[in-house]
Design a protein around this ligand. Sequence first.
Ligand code: NAD
Length: 421
Amino acid sequence: MKITIAGTGYVGLVTAVCLAEKGHFVTCVDVDEKKVETLRKNISPIYEPGLQELMVKNEHRLTYTTDYKKAYSDADVIFIGVGTPEQEDGTANLSFVRAVARQIAENVTRDCVVVVKSTVPIGTNDEVEDYIKTNLKKSGVKISVASNPEFLAQGNAVKDTLHAKRIVLGVEDDFAKETLLALYEPFELPMVVMNRRSAEMTNSATNDFLDLKISYINEIANLCELVGANIKDVTKGMSLDPRIGDKFLHAGIGYGGSCFPKDTKALYHLAQNKYGYEMKTIKAAIDVNALQKTKLFYEARKSLGRFDGKNVTVLGLTFKPNTDDLREAPSLDLIKLLEKDGAIIHAYDPVGMNNFKKTGLEVKLYETAQKAIEQSEIVFVLTEWEEIAEADYQNKIVYDGRNCVKNKKGIIKYIPIGNYK
Ligand SMILES: NC(=O)c1ccc[n+]([C@@H]2O[C@H](COP(=O)([O-])OP(=O)(O)OC[C@H]3O[C@@H](n4cnc5c(N)ncnc54)[C@H](O)[C@@H]3O)[C@@H](O)[C@H]2O)c1
């Protein structure tokens, strides 16, 4: 099948490469010329384990372009995988999705299925279909819009796509259904077919459930500190219960990334503003997470006093390991508070430092975790990269936001989340 994908970010590029791996011919469209130039050299602009190798392996089936007119004119399936970032009021910004819908309407010349893969508010697929059908330049072309939400996790995106637990297809007609079933057949994965609004809802409900689980265990960890329980034992005792499981049950300094924070807010606002229904559980997850991100700063400030002129090391800048993505990373909240308090900040991240430089925050960066640790007596551990977990923290006061430090020999004071021992 001839496939075009709009957007070559974490979702678009990984989807493209995995579809090519399964034998499809894929054209990747992006508005970012620099990105497309890099892709044309067969270099992945993002860090994602296994992606670079698969790009090279399937280069004969992958094309990268900014020429959307040509790319949309002749495709069996067009995926929309552009960003839907959070707006100031918490709602999703759909301007990129709408721009692609407009470009498709103006350029498509033959029957095709348009698949919305971006995470969008419920009802957006209907809007996209209405728009394209009303504004189609070429008459007589059959267009069907389908929802195919993405559940991949950054850092494991290639594996998550090739071995997805399920593929959700939200369709309103047989044309979209048959086309997408055929497209995904080579993956040999469970497929769940439903209507478009249900697929959009499955996307939000899944992400937000995981956020709830994280915020819940973080609150339990906070209470462990007050009552003298140990979160490590508590989560072990909980996770062996198959009704609960061990995933997303690791207490820490809160969730970040480009999806979870914005998706909870988008669902909360959609329910509240469009349907007059307040989702109290989602609100709780959002509030708990906001507090959790700054918890270690305030704890340190309480016991160590103002940071004015003090050297502080921050380890792990990305929102989680195995990604270079800094969006909504807890490190940014902490560093801003430390900066405001007058700290001299030293930091290290295995792959996130190039992106970090773009933030303009005043931080001295080092080549290794160990070098960064040497600069200060106070160390904040914010991402559980292996290099960081295994570093030597002798003679340091360590605030471990991920309960990951392995070697505690010689540490002056170790402060994990939830009395983790
Ligand atoms: N990142 C994740 O882990 C993840 C997981 C599941 C779902 N999602 C959802 O998938 C969507 C994409 O997320 P992402 O992280 O890949 O975003 P991203 O910001 O990494 O990439 C988006 C890309 O779209 C490009 N773009 C913008 N306008 C365009 C246009 N008109 N035509 C072509 N390209 C255009 C941008 O230049 C950028 O390269 C979002 O809705 C997100 O919520 C993301």
